[in-house]
Design a protein around this ligand. Structure first.
Ligand code: HMG
Ligand code: MG
Length: 329
């Protein structure tokens, strides 16, 4: 029997999940990565533009084919993303290096659309609220006025060949208004789809949903005649429910899931919004279920570890912590 101490395993060699398929789940999931936008909009310190560009390049190199890059919102409302005009030119050439890569940007109004079109943006997203209070706090409009603001944006973008995603926030609960009725969510979500958004992302902005609510809401959209292929889910992990909610959504047929590398983010205008579902935790679960994502988990973890180093604090992602341990950043 050898008396030599067992070698310390290299943390990164410990783990990739052992895939076992489970019934009723898709073969493939498209991850809509929101870290550079939804994550970095919430950082108290301003992140240099070259760091943002490098982060996006690393995420694309890790195999993420949709990376939300920034927002053309009012710079005073979200100063963290006020450098959008400097960032977008730095991303030119990235889609050629990673065929199929899409780099959507958030646009709230026609002024934002003009800015996006000036940079030949191919994908934008408008962002509505299922509640009045959040619409006023986030967009300075009632929920109906916000819809009226988006309509010409979607029409002009579509006419220019730009693809438009619609976000709907506060789909399960609102910090000011409490639980949000499913009919209200389906009504506003339906308006975004009807005005021409190709995809609707249902946001649990403050992370209060539980899986039964997710199934019920998706059943409600199906009953209203909305094909599940047009729906995406956007979970926050405030109460540790984001992965359970994702699994419930997959069982209902959803195949597009939003997530944020390293679990970055929240929302500057939503009291109690904490981190988004971490992309690494999502990928661990999906690959463990034998679901294809096209993502190289090790490269993704390395990118988030690098970003954590830039931000000067460890990533809250459990998978990043497990795989990088004390070596983060
Ligand atoms: P407002 O103050 O009502 O704007 O803000 P306005 O239309 O009255 O215009 C006032 C001035 O702002 C004008 O300039 C406009 O040109 C200018 P002036 O004529 O006085 O010189 N302006 C702009 N400048 C640059 N870019 C623009 C723009 N628009 C107007 N796009 C507004 C209304 C919608 C602009 C503002 O409320 C805003 O920017 N809100 C965005 C807030 C935000 O980005 N929040 C975070 C988004 S995340 C989210 O919603 C949740 C999500 O992540 C999903 C989830 O997690 O659940 C998507
Ligand atoms: Mg979010």
């Amino acid at each position: 029997m050898s008396t030599a101490a067992a070698p310390e395993p290299d943390a990164l060699d410990l783990g990739l999940p052992d895939p076992v398929r489970a019934p009723g789940l898709p073969e493939e999931v498209r991850i809509h990565e929101v870290g550079p936008r939804d994550g970095l909009q919430n950082e108290s310190a301003l992140v240099p533009v070259e760091v943002k560009a490098e982060f996006i390049a690393r995420l694309a190199a890790a195999g993420l084919n949709t990376v939300e890059a920034t927002s053309f919102v009012h710079p005073k409302w979200v100063p963290q993303l006020a450098d959008a005009e400097e960032l977008v030119p730095r991303l030119v050439g990235l889609p050629e290096r990673h065929p199929g890569l899409r780099l959507p940007v958030l646009v709230p109004n026609e002024r934002g659309l003009d800015r996006a079109l000036a940079h030949h943006t191919a994908d934008i997203a408008v962002f509505a609220s299922a509640t009045e209070t959040f619409a006023r706090r986030n967009l300075n409009r009632s929920a109906d006025e916000a819809m009226a603001m988006f309509r010409p944006v979607v029409e002009r973008a579509t006419a220019a060949g730009v693809r438009v995603r619609g976000y709907l926030s506060m789909c399960f609960g609102d910090p000011w208004e409490g639980p949000v009725p499913a009919e209200q969510v389906i009504r506003f979500g339906g308006q975004l789809l009807e005005m021409g958004c190709t995809e609707l992302s249902l946001g649990d902005t403050i992370g209060v949903a539980t899986p039964g609510q997710v199934t019920a809401l998706l059943d409600g959209f199906a009953a209203a005649g909305v094909p599940v292929g047009r729906l995406a889910v956007h979970f926050h992990d405030t109460y540790g429910q984001a992965l359970s909610n994702t699994l419930a959504a997959l069982r209902s047929g959803v195949t597009t899931v939003d997530a944020s590398a390293g679990g970055l983010g929240g929302c500057p205008y939503a009291k109690s919004a904490t981190g988004n579902l971490a992309t690494e935790d999502l990928v661990w679960m999906l690959h463990g279920l034998g679901i294809r994502t096209g993502v190289d988990l090790r490269a993704l973890v390395a990118a988030s570890g690098w970003m954590a180093g830039q931000l000067g604090r460890p990533s809250p992602s459990r998978t990043v912590q497990a795989l990088l341990g004390a070596n983060q950043g």
